[in-house]
Design a protein around this ligand. Structure first.
Ligand code: AMP
Length: 251
């Protein structure tokens, strides 16, 4: 079985985000970019499934500008066998990404598609659900544990829900999206980084996949959260109670 894994290139989680002065988006020039953390978890899970002898190949896929190749090289250095880059400039919304994944799934025929539960740049949490819907495949979202049964071609997925765990069983092929506690992704070692340089990255355009990139959504503006006001130090409990009662009106 082949596993396809989605790896999105996003602003590194440790970078302090700056909104562009014209409020059309966030600054990405000269900003450190990395693999979306939930996609690292998705790739790690695919590699563990392969290492357990339940998959024969792991294919990493990234969609977006030419620099996505760097993200794919990281994925190859972590252990993916092959990579696919869908070269698309301009904003890519979840429905377009889901349509591109559907087209790639039809070409590559993986038995499992693993995505992150959300991309930390847009926080959409939509792509996995949409691609499962487009493909008509079952979906196990927010997976905190994944167990495959190769004989019966089944996946069992634990999901952390309010107040407990939900366990789902689904037929393969299926879509799984990964939650934070599923695993601890590995670091790429130096020899593997070197080896990744010679691994193959196949390139497609959306036109070659017969997908038109368009969106029904328009981002009106992006703004920074309001600045927090400075706090005050009170000299006694009585003063605190007085302020909470008469200024903040919370008691
Ligand atoms: P989102 O629905 O945008 O929060 O993204 C959910 C997941 O879909 C991400 O964690 C990725 O695994 C995948 N994904 C979204 N956009 C892309 C992209 N441009 N390239 C590769 N994977 C993507």
């Amino acid at each position: 079985m082949k596993i396809m894994v989605a790896v999105k290139r996003v602003i590194d989680y440790a970078v302090k985000i700056r909104v562009k002065p014209d409020k059309t988006g966030v600054e990405t020039q000269n900003v450190k970019m990395s693999m979306n953390p939930f996609c690292e978890i998705a790739l790690e899970e695919a590699l563990r499934i392969k290492e357990a002898g339940m998959a024969s190949e792991v294919v990493a896929v990234s969609m977006g500008p030419a620099q996505c190749v760097d993200t794919l090289r990281t994925g190859l250095a972590m252990g993916a066998d092959r990579a696919i880059h869908v070269d698309a400039t301009g904003p890519l919304y979840p429905l377009s990404v889901a349509k591109l994944f559907k087209a790639l799934v039809e070409l590559e025929k993986p038995g499992l598609l693993i995505l992150g539960k959300q991309a930390i740049d847009d926080d959409c949490n939509q792509t996995g659900q949409m691609v499962a819907g487009l493909l008509g495949w079952p979906q196990g979202t927010f997976a905190s544990k994944v167990v495959l049964d190769k004989e019966k071609q089944l996946a069992t997925v634990d999901r952390e829900v309010d107040g407990g765990l939900e366990t789902l069983c689904m037929d393969l092929p299926a879509v799984i999206t990964t939650d934070l506690r599923l695993n601890q992704p590995r670091y790429a070692t130096l020899p593997n980084i070197m080896k990744a340089k010679s691994k193959v990255i196949k390139k497609y355009t959306p036109q070659e996949l017969n997908v038109e990139i368009k969106s029904e959504l328009e981002v009106l503006q992006v703004t920074e959260p309001p600045k927090r006001k400075a706090g005050v130090i009170v000299s006694s409990v009585d003063e605190l109670i007085d302020k909470l009662k008469n200024e903040a009106h919370v008691i």
